[in-house]
Design a protein around this ligand. Structure first.
Ligand SMILES: NCCCCCC(=O)NO
Ligand SMILES: [Zn+2]
Length: 342
């Protein structure tokens, strides 16, 4: 399987993540991508390509123009306001307030985000743009005939809404890929999110649409991020009713249980008969992940890859979460090797 990777991921090197009331070293750090890349090379998974430049149009097919504009200028606006630290949202449009875009950078940070753990600093814009280019390059490979491709994206994307960042995500790479398939003539696309956390952004982007089926297996939002979306009664709206599936699991869930949900999702995908499949691949489902509570083991990712291959669909993998850096390379590449072996 070919991998797409950009060294520009390393421009995303914030020093802070708000966690438990303190600023910690971010879990979403450059060594995650470097470790996965080393494993891709060590396992001779396949050719490694740099991304092509696709510009802002494919991004704006998913994200609002004002949100993209905000992200491009956020850091310089923050500096111009004389702020001493990294850009962290601290005020939001609470219930009963007015959802309008303020002029002030503090107000705009809150307007365009849903969580405070995702700091912004110099280079975040460049890295997020490169991550979307990585995903679009993988999509182009698959649209061009490759059975599958691995978009080694960093920063991740599945929490990003059309005009909201959060959960370490800025551009929703999986959604951008799905929309690119649709814009190139695919009638139906499925997005399967196997990250530990609910793909709230992906769900929201396609919630009223029936051309893109969104499915997510994840930790109970009553207990974990993103807390305010991802419950099993969210099945789509209007035209999209019946085209969203959430499967929620408790602490300690092992592969034996999680894989039953995977099977349910795979059967739903098969019934939808998509022209392409996008897999939002987080491996924070791993038993040792520092911020999650499932109990998948490294070999389970081989089995996961094999099951996905059996769907028989052109497939783009977009890298999402996974924070046990020692294991992330083995776990992520196991999915690809399981897929390749079929
Ligand atoms: N306390 C913030 C947790 C953000 C979750 C990021 C993630 O892995 N999403 O898939
Ligand atoms: Zn996650």
């Amino acid at each position: 399987m070919k991998t797409v990777f950009s060294l520009l991921h390393s421009r995303r090197a914030v020093k802070t993540e708000l966690d438990g009331g303190v600023l910690i070293e971010p879990h979403e750090k450059p060594s995650r991508a470097e470790t996965i890349l080393a494993r891709v090379k060590g396992q001779a998974l396949g050719e490694i390509l740099e991304p092509e430049e696709f510009g802002l149009d494919p991004i704006r097919r998913v994200h609002s123009a004002d949100y993209v504009e905000f992200l491009e200028h956020c850091w310089t606006d923050w500096l111009a306001a004389g702020k001493p630290g990294e850009a962290i949202p601290a005020v939001w449009c609470g219930r009963g307030m007015r959802a309008r875009v303020p002029k002030d950078i503090d107000g705009r940070l809150g307007y365009y985000s849903f969580a405070a753990e995702t700091s912004i600093s110099d280079g975040t814009w460049e890295a997020a743009r490169a991550s979307a280019n990585v995903a679009l390059t993988a999509q182009k490979l698959v649209a061009g005939g490759e059975r599958a491709a691995f978009a080694l994206c960093r920063p991740p994307g599945h929490h990003a809404h059309a005009d909201l960042f959060g959960g370490y995500c800025f551009f929703n790479n999986a959604a951008i890929v799905a929309q690119a398939f649709r814009d190139q003539g695919a009638q139906r696309v499925a997005i399967l999110d196997v990250d530990f956390h609910h793909g709230n952004g992906t769900q929201a982007i396609f919630y009223q649409r029936r051309d893109v089926l969104t499915l997510s297996l994840h930790g109970d939002p009553d207990l974990v991020f993103p807390h305010f979306l991802g419950f099993e009664d969210e099945t789509g709206e209007g035209e999209g009713e019946g085209y969203n599936l959430n499967l929620v699991y408790p602490p300690g869930t092992p592969y034996a249980v999680w894989s039953q949900g995977l099977e349910t999702a795979c059967q739903r995908i098969a019934g939808f008969q998509p022209d392409a499949l996008v897999v939002a691949l987080g491996v924070d489902t791993f038993e040792e992940d520092p911020i999650s509570f499932f109990k998948l083991k490294s070999d389970d990712y081989l089995t996961l890859g094999q099951r996905l291959q059996r769907l028989g669909l052109p497939t783009v993998f977009t890298m999402e979460g996974g924070y046990d850096v020692d294991a992330i390379g083995v776990n992520a590449v196991n999915v690809m090797q399981g897929f390749d072996r079929g």
